[in-house]
Ligand binder design. Structure first.
Ligand code: G1P
Length: 292
């Protein structure tokens, strides 16, 4: 039986973004720019590159700007057209999703990542779906993370998460894998633990915010079991699927920026600016002139 491609992605974007206050008082953190694109746009681009057709944003009260971002800005388009600003129009056009491609649901209670994903259950239905955490900017234009996971999924089926080795003293910040058999960049997942106490992690392989999951995970999440931090954890629900369904991790190759963190967000801005022809030379020149 051939494996049906994944066409729906869930983006949990309901967080308050308190680490970026005061900016996030009015601007959702997912719309803060990395160079000139909102952080969320990078995750959407990654989903599109993987063949995803339907984007489900799990938002929250006070984050209406996210929904507006994906709408057509009618007045702006008309005014740019009147002024003959074709380059700017092309930028809007290139990032415009089609009508019906975006679904927004609200997370009514900030009960954790697992709860946010569960809020999308009526949209994901009986099909496998992807989850992308936009805070994690996974940069590899030649081989985007979710596209590689999707290719692996079409062969392996089951559940696949993206992982990266993190330093031992960072393991308590992540979902950590107990590894089984290794085949190149694919590792069999034997168990998962969310934010293990320092010194207790089963490995240094950390989940970095990309998942392809079977619909049954929604049934596990529905039970609403609380885990680390008193929250409903996606990691705990995934852990219950291990042994019942195939479960693999794919090691990401590329550069990962943790944009949920100020330093990570600034680093992403510098790295992606340097990679650009328009702003890259000026940023490089300034950096070279600094006495670090
Ligand atoms: C979430 C997940 C965690 C994962 C991490 C990746 O944690 O719960 O398993 O490793 O994202 O960024 P959070 O960063 O929301 O605390």
């Amino acid at each position: 039986m051939s494996i049906k491609p994944v066409t729906t992605a869930v983006f949990p974007v309901g967080g308050q973004g308190t680490r970026f206050l005061p900016a996030t008082k009015v601007v959702p953190k997912e719309l803060l720019p990395v160079v000139d694109r909102p952080l969320l746009q990078y995750a959407v681009d990654e989903a599109l590159a993987a063949g995803i057709e339907r984007m489900v944003f799990v938002t929250a009260r006070g984050k209406n700007a996210l929904e507006d971002y994906f709408d057509v800005a009618g007045e702006l388009v008309a005014s740019l057209k009147a002024k003959g600003k074709t380059a700017e129009l092309a930028v809007l056009d290139e990032t415009q999703l089609s009508p019906g491609q975006v679904v927004c649901v609200r997370q009514q209670d900030p009960a954790g990542l697992g709860h946010a994903v569960w809020c999308a259950r009526h949209i994901t239905g009986n099909d496998a779906f992807a989850v992308l955490l936009p805070d994690e900017l996974l940069w590899n234009p030649a081989a985007p993370a979710l596209a590689e996971m999707h290719t692996a999924y079409k062969q392996l089926g089951g559940n696949i998460i993206s992982v990266l080795e993190v330093p031992e003293d960072h393991t308590s910040r992540y979902g950590i894998v107990t590894p089984g058999a290794v085949d190149g960049r694919i590792t069999e997942v034997r168990a998962l633990v969310e934010k293990p106490a320092p010194g207790t992690a089963p490995s240094r392989l950390a989940a970095i915010g990309r998942y392809i999951l079977q619909p049954e995970v929604m049934g596990v999440l529905a039970r609403g079991k609380r885990g680390a931090g008193g929250e409903i954890q996606l990691t705990d629900a995934m852990a219950e699927m291990i042994g019942v369904q195939p479960f693999h991790a794919l090691t990401f190759t590329g550069t990962r920026f943790d944009c949920g963190d100020k330093a990570g967000h600034i680093t992403a801005n510098i790295a992606l600016a340097l990679a650009r022809d328009d702003v890259g030379p000026a940023v490089r020149e300034w950096l070279k002139a600094q006495q670090f």
